[in-house]
Structures are given as C-alpha cells and as structure tokens.
Design a protein around this ligand. Sequence first.
Ligand SMILES: [Ca+2]
Ligand SMILES: [Ca+2]
Ligand SMILES: [Ca+2]
Ligand SMILES: [Ca+2]
Length: 481
Amino acid sequence: MTRSILGILLGTALSIPMAWAQEAEAPPAGNALALETFSGRVLASGLEGPWEVTWGPDDMLWVTERSAGRVSRINPETGEKTELLRIDDVLSDAQHQGLLGMALHPDLLKGDGNNYVYLYHTYDSTPDNGDDQDAPRAKIVRVAYDEAAGTLGEPTELISGIPAGNDHNGGRLKIGPDGMLYATLGEQGANQFGNWCKPIEAQRLPTAEEVGAEDWSAYKGKTLRMNLDGSIPEDNPEIEGVRSHVFTYGHRNPQGIVFGPDGTLYQSEHGANADDEINILEGGINFGWPHVAGFRDNQAYVYANWSEAPNCEDLTWTNLMDEESLPDEVPFEKETDWDGDFAEPLKTLFTVPNGYDFEDEACGDLFFICRPGVAPSSIDYYPEDGPIPGWGPSLLVTTLKNGAVYRLLLTGDGQGIRDIDRLFGTVNRYRDLAIAPDNRTICVATDAGGIARGADAGATDKLANPGSILVFTYTGDGAAE
Ligand SMILES: [Ca+2]
Ligand SMILES: [Ca+2]
Ligand SMILES: [Ca+2]
Ligand SMILES: [Ca+2]
C-alpha cells in the first residue's frame, strides 16, 4: 500500500471527501472494500477532551468532556450542542484525569422510571488541604435525566475512593446484558515515567478485611462489576477466597469494553511499547500484567520491577524492556519465569521480536509514537448483519498514537480475529467512537491535544481536529462486491 496522504478535515458540518492512509507498519489490508464509499466530515469541534461518545435512545450523541467535567448532547446532523451537566468536583489536571466514562441506563427514555446515566470521574479526596494532587481518587455517580428541563442532576454516589493517579486511570463504563455495571481501572502508570518506583499492583487482590472496610485500594489494574447501586453482586467471582467488585485482574490500562450480541465481553488494553491487547473477559480470570505482555512468548519484553531495586530513586529510568538496557540493580523476569495461570489475548497490536529497534529515528525525540503499540482507547462491536459489505461481525478499535479506527474482523463464532485493517486515518488522537443504529455511520471523538503520528509518518503535536467529533458515513448501496 503506498497511499500515504492523510485526510485533513477542515471546517465544520461540511461534507469533505476523505483520503485514506495505510501504514507500512500496519498489518496488510486484507479486505478490498473501496474506502471511497465513505464520506467524512467534522460534526463538532472546540470540545474540551471528548472522552465518551454514545448514541442515545433519543438519536442524539451523548458526550463527556474530560477536562471540563461536562456532559452534553450533540445533534448528529447539525452538530448543535446542548449542555446537560457540569460536575464541580472533577479533578482534571493531568492527561488521564477528569470526567471519563459514561453509560446510559438501557431503559433510558423508555418511560419506566430509569432515566439514569452513570459517570466515572476523578476527584481530590482531600479537598480542603490546598493540594489537589495529594490524594486523587475516582468515583462512579448516577445522575438522573430530566427530559423536560434537558438537564442531568440528582447525583447519587455509587462507589467512591477508587484508586486514581496521574496516569493510566482506565475509566470506561458499560452496562452488560446481565444488568450489571462494568468499569475498567488501570494500574495508574506504576513502574514507569514519574511513577517508576511505585510497584505495579495489577496482581494484588483485595482481602476480606479490605472489602469489609470498603477499602478499594487493591482495585488498580482490574475490571469491576457491580450492581447498579454500586454494591457487590452475589454472583461475582470469588478470587482466592474473596468476593469483591473485582471481575478480572492483571490489566495494564484497559480503556475499552463492549459486549457482543451473545454476551461475549471484549476488551482493549494499552500495552507498553508493543503488545496492546484485545481480550475476551470472563469472571475471575487473570490477564497476566505485568508478568506477561501479550502472549507468553518472551518477545521484546521482560518484567523489570524498578520498585524492588534498592536505590530505585537514584536510577535513571528507561522503558526499554530488555535485559541489556536495564541497570544491574533492577530485578527482572522473563515471561516464562512466571508460571501463573492467565488468559492470553485474542490479538496483540502489535508484537515484535527481540532486538526490535524501539527508538526509530523517524519520530525523533517522540520515538514512542513510532513504537509498535497503537494505544487502543476504546472498542465497539459492528454486527454481522450491518449494511457495510465485509464488515460484520467485527470489533472497531480507536487508537491514540496512530489516529485511526482499526477494524478487527471476527471469526463466525466471535471468539477469534481473522483480519485487521486500519481505516479513517487522520492526524489526530482518536479517543472513542459510537456507531449509529443504522450501522452506516461511525462517530469518532478526538483528544483536545497531545502527540500523534504525523502526515509524514513522524510525530507531531499539530493535531488536525483537536477536541472534535468526526463522522464517517458509508455511502454505498450495501451490495456485496
Ligand atoms: Ca462510545
Ligand atoms: Ca487535596
Ligand atoms: Ca494481558
Ligand atoms: Ca509477550
């Protein structure tokens, strides 16, 4: 594939033909669908970090804005935006903090008294001491939608005191077909960057004493499952003898969850330099982080535990995860040194062999952008009977570093991935998506700032459409090719 001109989207509410990008690094384009059968346009811009975009039962886009702590409805035809709520106690200093996930009650606007919306956000748990970053936590609140007034209000706290930090807070919410609320939590960026001397706690499980005391500090790097009032479901898995909100564990920074029509729970998770993961979650299962990245294959990863180095604070941290690059004082293990039970991913994006050059000159000082991981920020499900030829069933995954939607074609039983394509590439960071009910339109939310892959294949902080909702619409007739 040699097409390398990225579509630049300008203006708002204009229908602009897209050009398409394929990357040498991306997997081969196995699907021959003509991408010219899509139009692309900017629906809305000027948003303060749109993080969750959900198609509502009122045929409006419901959107959270991370740094503003705002929930709005956006008309998917005109882009007109109506603010529903602004939360006062949202903590949003760092890139990973703020108002994050949102889930709409499945019976919203069905007239049975369940006009509820669920929100995940970070806050300062010690608001009166003049330091808003000394004790960040996250909470999940339920708010009620007043249809007549067009507002969200009456906040009810379901759970608070959830661990949060300045990195990898996870934060995606979804209500399952079982009527339970699921939430993703990252490991808070432990063992890397400014947190390099903090231990990763993705494997630490809550004790009965902690659960009894409502101490949720062991919830880092977990998926939580709770009743809609925030309590622990009776049928949650008992893991090492303790039932808590924990549904799965051993995660790095999971930011996407979605249920397939048969109830399969698909998840996307940020890897480190490589090995972003697509997983199928089942209750009680360990997903391996940090002992294993992706598959247990000993490729381009060792678990270097900086917190165990006696002089950690004095060392110069590196995220090159091979034994030659690590200071002698830092203990490490190969993936096969750990013999714990865990579930391997369905797919990694992407695994590279030992010896791979993680400091590609093409991205200069921003070499992390050129690394094999694409930073998957959300996941959605495209149904088997959707009108776009060759798309169903598939998972659609938005990516930050490599602004695009990755379409992962599922096998017929939904339990495997048979092909990957990179679609709708622009110079942006894609944070989330929503699929219209007619399955012809894909709406994508972009970060308000940050670093992305540039049009020239290097890295850039000049984003084409910061803080926007982009809309890609299938214009074909749905006939098979
Ligand atoms: Ca979404
Ligand atoms: Ca404080
Ligand atoms: Ca894993
Ligand atoms: Ca591996």
